[in-house]
Design a binder for this molecule. Structure first.
Ligand code: 6MZ
Length: 346
């Protein structure tokens, strides 16, 4: 499989954390302005291979958050990340990010969200060929009151942005906190019409996953340990299959974080073979030094997928997006307009 073919294939990115997607160029731009010493630390961290465990990755987020502590930086990161995905031929992108208050810079959760919305709007005004939606993230360490504040903000900004904010993500270090405590507010978010993309079973956690699955989220992030062979249970697998809850699968991320021992063992194979809806995603393209095209190429090479398989995998993601039917139809025509050319040429 050529990387070139994966680059030319139009793609949908459904699982991209804003601060984890930051490129080296943007880090350099922001860190040099703020503190060259911090840049040295970040550069050491970003050298390929340094993000080698889940723990290290979460340390890297702490460093990145030091440079994204003001609305100007948040705007720059969002603007650059959207351009980078667009350059990789991503036609539809759902960004997710955890709103932060930083009193020393005057950043509030609202101004954080507004900076991202402004970047999305400015990219749209430039006629960049990409539709961008936004999910507000709840960190699983948060208590119910912080989570409720995020859901209130999502509801408010969904209205104010005319539908750019579409829902809620639940993420954060999977080895910390208990998502069960957040179930009432997640249920309420769904009731208020927000979509739910929840990180589930990134590490083994059968009881927690059973409890959260009762909400029937709209999509699952990772789902690495749903299967009994990976520390899950047949009951979890059956629920996900029965409700056809789409999975957002991030190959490089799982291998680097060591939640999957080797890419050959990635759970993509199991779910793909069941004909279950699977979206290949990057997770944190900056932290993991990857791109969506590289992830498709890796999936193709590892699991012997043909060009037609890759095309279909990408096309099928359109039905998993959190956008109205008209957007889905537009995307499908875009895919279909280049399909026969791309699949027939060498
Ligand atoms: C769980 C993750 C993650 O929100 O500041 N995040 N949560 N599992 C992962 N797998 C590696 N990768 C990223 O982006 C950074 C935040 O996204 C979540 C974490 O909460 C991290 O702090 P934002 O834009």
């Amino acid at each position: 499989m050529s990387l070139d073919f994966c680059k030319r294939t139009p793609k949908v990115e459904l699982h991209a954390h804003l601060n984890g997607s930051i490129s080296r160029e943007t880090i350099e731009k922001l860190a040099m302005k703020k503190n060259p010493e911090l840049y040295k630390d970040l550069r050491i961290c970003f050298d390929k291979g340094k993000a080698e465990t889940l723990d290290n990755v979460f340390q890297m987020f702490k460093l990145i958050h030091q440079i994204s502590d003001n609305t100007e930086a948040i705007y720059t990161i969002a603007y650059d990340v959207i351009h980078e995905f667009s350059a990789d031929n991503v036609k539809y992108l759902e960004l997710r990010s955890t709103p932060r208050d930083v009193p020393s810079s005057g950043m509030t959760k609202s101004s954080y969200i507004e900076a991202i919305l402004k970047a999305i709007e400015d990219c749209h005004k430039e006629n960049l060929d990409i539709v961008v939606k936004f999910l507000l993230a709840i960190d699983r360490r948060n208590d119910l009151s912080v989570a409720k504040e995020t859901v209130d903000l999502a509801e408010r900004y969904s209205r104010l942005s005319g539908g750019t904010v579409v829902g809620i993500d639940l993420s954060g270090d999977p080895t910390v906190g208990d998502a069960c405590t957040l179930v009432p507010i997640l249920r309420d978010a769904k009731f208020r019409g927000l979509k739910l993309a929840l990180h589930l079973a990134e590490v083994p956690a059968v009881e927690e996953t059973e409890e959260v699955l009762k909400i029937l989220p709209d999509r699952i992030g990772h789902g690495t340990c749903l299967h009994p062979n990976a520390g899950g249970s047949q009951g979890l697998v059956d629920t996900v299959l029965q409700h056809r809850i789409p999975l957002e699968l991030c190959l490089t991320s799982n291998v680097i974080c060591q939640t999957v021992a080797h890419v050959d063992n990635h759970h993509f194979k199991y779910w793909y073979d069941q004909g279950h809806p699977c979206a290949i995603c990057t997770d944190d393209k900056g932290v993991f030094s990857t791109s969506l095209s590289e992830e498709y190429c890796l999936a193709a090479e590892t699991f012997g997928l043909t060009r037609k398989d890759i095309w279909t995998l990408s096309y099928n993601c359109i039905d998993m997006i959190f956008a109205e039917e008209a957007v889905k139809q537009d995307l499908k025509s875009k895919w279909n307009s280049v399909k026969s050319y791309e699949l027939n040429c060498e």
